[in-house]
Design a protein around this ligand. Structure first.
Ligand SMILES: Nc1ncnc2c1ncn2[C@@H]1O[C@H](COP(=O)(O)OP(=O)(O)O)[C@@H](O)[C@H]1O
Ligand SMILES: [Mg+2]
Length: 418
């Protein structure tokens, strides 16, 4: 710990004339994550990741600036800097996905670069399990299933955008105090379209066999492996054996032998196949095999216009009725929209005096096929006569009507077929 603090920026350092470092949240071989407050914005909390490749640089005597260790390492340092920028770009790509940490800013300073993320309050899945085991407890499948479901949703979205994470492990899954699960650390993430040979960086035990070689064929199945080894580790307390040249000389004990349900054990076994061709290929298939999503998982609730049929692609839409005037908006799934009276800060402007400037955030979850709303207003959001709890992420069924402040502003949330 002392070593970590030694190379970290001194507490109190101000970055970009606005972010004050208040603590060190974590760090690995390539970066350090700090908790900061934004002194220009009511001391709001953020997390900042600093590019600090331990083997390639040192801090200068000022304890702040970073200098590469030698000319040769300088080249590697600069290459890594590009990679770090890519991590920020990846996060930007998934900015509005609820189960992925969001990014706010990127800047260069002190001879290195930084990106600013939302500050997550909680602990990693790794820390959670460690603490639980230290107290003599062990997680049940029932406890872990909702976390697996949320991570699966995030990964499914990531894969559908042609990206794979490649570093799924308990330390990169963050459990917020409010129950939300977020995927972090896209430091190894890659676009499927990039057809370059992949460098070898991995976490032993969680990394898939094909990650041990720069020529290995990596894809969605690579994250299936990392995800399955994470589940295996969390439930059994043991890492699956590392892929070695002769896999048969070290046998994995199936989760069923630890007393977990056969279905879970079988799905995890199939997801941990060393040969990627025999492995479960996609996250959606893995989720189905785990029994977390159904074969045809389409909501049967009514849409605004008509009933959603099984094979259709659904598009989220909302109808706003403000003082009797009706407007129709098509939304993008998995994107957070801000609704309110303020034209400058709202994606959807609701011009009615009972509506707050920033009334709420609205999000359509494509996998769950329902909406989520977070009330930020002073006048409230009502479903029927019930006021929803402010500041909490509240699920809203398709077809429901929300009242903003009064009955003069109604929002009907729905979907239609495409
Ligand atoms: N946005 C955040 N808010 C709070 N803590 C974070 C945040 N991002 C990272 N951390 C903490 O810092 C640790 C390291 O961050 P991570 O992005 O995983 O970097 P590394 O590449 O060093 O593993 C995480 O395990 C977590 O404990
Ligand atoms: Mg990490």
């Amino acid at each position: 710990m002392a070593k970590k603090i030694e190379m970290a920026l001194p507490l109190g350092t101000i970055l970009q004339k606005r972010y004050r470092v208040i603590n060190v949240l974590g760090g690995g071989g390539f970066g350090i994550v700090y908790g900061v407050t934004d002194i220009k914005k009511n001391n709001s909390l953020y997390a900042i990741k600093e590019y600090y490749p331990r083997d390639l640089c040192i801090r200068d005597n000022d304890k702040i600036s970073i200098i590469p260790l030698s000319d040769d390492r300088k080249r590697h340092f600069e290459k890594g800097e590009t990679r770090f920028l890519e991590e920020a770009e990846m996060l930007e790509k998934f900015q509005h996905v609820r189960n992925i940490v969001s990014i706010h800013d990127f800047f260069q300073e002190n001879g290195t670069c930084y990106f600013v993320m939302e500050n997550l309050a909680g602990q990693t899945l790794g820390q959670y399990v460690k603490r639980l085991r230290e107290k003599g407890g062990s997680p049940s499948w029932k406890q872990i299933a909702p976390i697996v479901y949320e991570v699966g949703k995030a990964l499914s979205i990531v894969h559908k955008k042609g990206v794979f994470h490649r570093d799924i492990k308990p330390g990169n899954i963050f459990l917020l105090d409010n129950g939300t699960v977020k995927l972090i650390d896209f430091g190894l993430a890659k676009s499927l379209s990039l057809n370059e040979s992949l460098s070898v960086h991995l976490t032993k035990g969680f990394a898939a066999p094909e990650q041990y070689s720069s020529k290995g064929n990596q894809g969605t199945w690579t994250d299936v492996y990392g995800f399955a080894s994470t589940i295996y580790f969390v439930l059994s307390g043991n890492l699956p054996p590392e892929p070695v040249f002769d896999p048969s000389d070290k046998k994995r004990i199936p989760l069923a032998k630890y007393g977990f349900p056969e279905q879970i054990s079988d799905a995890v076994e199939n997801a941990l196949e060393f040969d990627y061709r025999k492995r479960i290929q996609t996250i959606d298939q893995f989720m189905r095999d785990l029994g977390l999503i159904k074969e045809n998982d389409i909501n049967d609730s009514k849409s605004v216009t008509e009933t959603v049929s099984k094979k259709s692609r659904v598009v989220p839409v909302i109808i706003t009725r403000v003082n009797g005037k009706e407007d129709f908006y098509e939304l993008k799934p998995n994107v957070t929209y801000r609704l309110g009276r303020s034209p400058s800060s709202s994606n959807i402007v609701l011009d009615e005096p009972h509506v707050s400037k920033y009334h709420c955030d609205l999000f359509y979850d494509e996998l769950e096929k329902n909406y989520y709303v977070v009330d930020h207003s002073s006048t409230g959001i009502y479903v029927g006569n019930t006021r929803i709890r402010k500041g909490e992420i509240i699920p809203v069924r398709v077809g429901q009507v929300l009242y903003f402040g009064s009955f003069l502003c109604q929002i009907e949330v729905g979907v239609y077929e495409q």
